[in-house]
Design a protein around this ligand. Structure first.
Ligand code: ZN
Length: 245
């Protein structure tokens, strides 16, 4: 089975449509959505409608939760809070309901998935090897997908060991999942990449081959930026898309 991995779409419909086209062409038949479907971008409702219909498990992110009033905006910086107030007003009742019903954790079989980290599924950040060591201890499955940082990364440790290390995870170089290792993988952000590469990021997990790949997909950044400006959202949210920051 080939799974498309989508995280941190952030209301960017242009980026979402580009990655879905690429993943479908790559043979994905199920999609794992790791949360933050909304927030920052100008198409939160359309992104919810699109993701809602995709086959496969989905979990909630901190922006999704805040947009429906489930997380205090004091936890967000000013630009994020402003976009979340606007986002909350854009969501159709069916999409509010969809977000409200998303679980914090999902998975089963060979993998599990959370937005943040296994220890704090909605709001925890998994950034460095120290975070990864704790996460790899806590996760129930040998492969855990996370999002939230908007930066592709992978960490691994041999089963039965406490030593976790970052492993190379770059687009075009699939990560081979070894049966004697435990992995934590972040395939990056669809709608607001922050690793300096403005192309949309997503993942492809092939459970038969035992590989996870990070894909980078060009999309119409200018159109997404124009919509953010037209909606009256902070212009910094448009500018950062071109920088991948
Ligand atoms: Zn996010």
């Amino acid at each position: 089975m080939r799974y498309g991995i989508l995280s941190d779409i952030h209301g960017n419909l242009e980026a979402l449509e580009a990655v879905l086209e690429r993943l479908e062409a790559a043979g994905a038949s199920q999609y794992l959505c790791l949360g933050d479907i909304v927030g920052y971008g100008a198409d939160p409702d359309a992104c919810c409608s699109r993701v809602r219909l995709l086959p496969g498990p989905k979990v909630i992110g901190n922006h999704d939760l805040a947009a429906i009033g489930g997380l205090d905006l004091k936890w967000f910086h000013e630009m994020a809070a402003e976009s979340l107030r606007w986002t909350g007003a854009q969501l159709a009742p069916a999409n509010r309901q969809f977000l409200r019903e998303l679980p914090e954790r999902a998975g089963g079989g060979s993998f599990e998935m959370v937005h943040g980290s296994p220890q704090e599924p909605v709001t925890g950040y998994l950034v460095d090897e120290y975070d990864a060591r704790v996460a790899l201890e806590m996760q129930a499955e040998p492969l855990c997908f996370v999002g939230h940082t908007h930066v592709p990364a992978a960490f691994a440790r041999p089963a039965g060991s406490l030593r976790a290390a970052a492993v190379e995870f770059r687009s075009g170089q699939p990560l081979r999942i070894r049966p004697d290792f435990v992995y934590n993988v972040n395939c990056g952000s669809v709608g607001q990449p922050r690793d300096g590469d403005p192309r949309a990021a997503c993942g492809l997990y092939d459970s038969d081959d035992g590989t996870v790949e990070c894909l980078r997909v060009p999309y119409d950044v200018g159109r997404a930026q124009a919509k953010i400006r037209a909606a009256g959202l902070p212009s910094g949210l448009a500018e950062r898309l071109a920088q991948g920051r």
